[in-house]
Every structure is written in structure tokens, then in C-alpha cells.
Design a protein around this ligand. Structure first.
Ligand code: ZN
Length: 236
């Protein structure tokens, strides 16, 4: 069966995506060869984006975060738009994403489980008050709440746990789906990658430029760019 045939035969598709879904929108992939990990910083990005570093070096964290993590000019690509169409057509039930860029919602997707949070949501670590991304963009080196507390992005940093409700929602969607499309992820990041183990449906498809540990278990493996592949799909 082709990808189109599988999609046309399915009624409750779930899409599980990683960084490779957003690279065609110009957002760098953390773990790829030309990604952030291979650029030069005094401190490795894995440390810069850790919970401990945020608490101890908040100013430096925000310098890096504003420069490298906030890609607010990025636009959704064909992958994002096609998934939104598939949802509207009643075929796709949910998008589960490891990305924090909000591009699925920008493209029109409604049901999105953001495993690693979103740059668009932020909160005060003292009183919990919520803030939009404008607050982070404002001039202050360290964005502060009206109560004086430090504001933190609702982004899951290294050393932090995933949000329980988001994980539960993703597990529920995946375990009730009849088709799972895994795309743009090396499946190297746990516990997020472990979620695909809950799939029990008919068609398991993987779209990724490089080989992954899941290739052997999939009905169909497509080694190509996610946007180019999904762009050719008819949504009805
Ligand atoms: Zn506060």
C-alpha cells in the first residue's frame, strides 16, 4: 500500500512529529549534523537549556533562548498545512509533537499535544501568572512578573519532567488510532519516543531522512523531507 492508500483507508490517524517537521520552515534541528549541537558556544546547548542552568544563570539562558529558540518569524510548511487539512477532513485525530514552535496551530491544527511545551506560553515561577511571548521579547534581560518573580517559558528543559496531562492525552490518542505516522524524528529522545509503543492500529509509517531504530517495525518507511512527502497527499 502507498502512503495515500493508507491515509485514505484510515479514520483516526495520529501524527507523531519531531524537529524534522520544522526544518523546512527554517527552524534548526537540535540533533542533526548542522544543528545547534554542532555550533560553537562556551557551554553546550544541552547545558544552556537545562533546568539548573535556567535557575543559576537566568540572564545567559535568556540570551541564548531569545537568539536561538525563539523563531517567531518561521512559517508553517506543507507538512503543517496538510495535517491541518486532514484533521478538518475528519481523518486525523491528533498531532503529537516534540517541537515548541507552535507551527501546527499556526497552520490551523486544533488538537495538538506539545510534549516539550511551547515558546508561546510562559509563567511566573513565583506566583504562576501566565504570560504570552511578547513578555519575553520585551527589552528586559530577565523577564519579571508584576510580583517580582522570574518568568519561565513553558518549555520542558533538560532535567524537567514532561507534563502529565499532555503525555496522557498523547497516549490516549495514539492507543486509539488506526494509523500512526512518525515523522522527522530520530526517536532518540525518551520518554517522548516511548509513546509510539502504545500504537496498536493498522498502519505504521515512518518519514525521516535518516535511519531510526523503528524502521524495522514499520509497514512503510519513506526517506525524504516530511513537507515534500505530505504535500503530495490528498486530504479528502
Ligand atoms: Zn508572579
Amino acid at each position: 500500500m502507498t502512503l495515500q492508500q493508507m491515509i485514505s483507508a484510515s479514520k483516526s490517524i495520529v501524527f507523531f512529529g519531531g524537529a524534522g517537521v520544522s526544518t523546512e520552515s527554517g527552524i534548526p534541528d537540535f540533533r542533526s549534523a548542522d544543528g545547534l549541537y554542532h555550533q560553537k558556544y562556551d557551554v553546550p546547548p544541552e547545558t544552556l537549556l537545562s533546568h539548573g542552568y535556567f535557575l543559576k544563570h537566568t540572564k545567559e539562558f535568556y540570551r541564548f533562548y531569545r537568539e536561538k529558540m525563539l523563531c517567531l518569524g518561521a512559517k508553517p510548511n506543507d507538512a503543517h498545512f496538510k495535517l491541518a487539512q486532514l484533521e478538518q477532513a475528519g481523518r486525523l485525530k491528533a498531532v503529537v509533537t516534540q517541537n515548541i514552535d507552535g507551527l501546527h496551530q499556526l497552520a490551523g491544527s486544533k488538537k495538538v499535544y506539545e510534549l516539550h511545551g511551547s515558546v508561546y506560553r510562559n509563567h511566573c515561577i513565583s506566583c504562576g501568572k501566565q504570560y504570552g511571548v511578547e513578555k519575553i521579547l520585551q527589552g528586559e534581560e530577565i523577564p519579571l512578573c508584576s510580583c517580582g518573580g522570574v518568568i519561565k517559558p513553558d518549555v520542558v528543559l533538560y532535567g524537567e519532567a514532561l507534563d502529565d496531562r499532555t503525555v496522557a492525552g498523547a497516549v490516549h490518542a495514539i492507543s486509539n488510532s488506526d494509523m500512526l505516522i512518525i515523522a522527522g524524528t530520530s526517536l532518540a529522545v525518551y520518554p517522548a519516543a516511548g509513546l509510539v509503543q502504545y500504537f496498536n492500529g493498522n498502519h505504521l509509517v515512518l518519514i525521516n531522512r535518516d535511519p531510526t531504530p523503528m524502521d524495522c517495525c514499520c509497514e512503510l518507511v519513506i526517506r525524504d523531507k516530511v513537507g515534500e512527502v505530505l504535500g503530495q497527499i490528498t486530504a479528502e
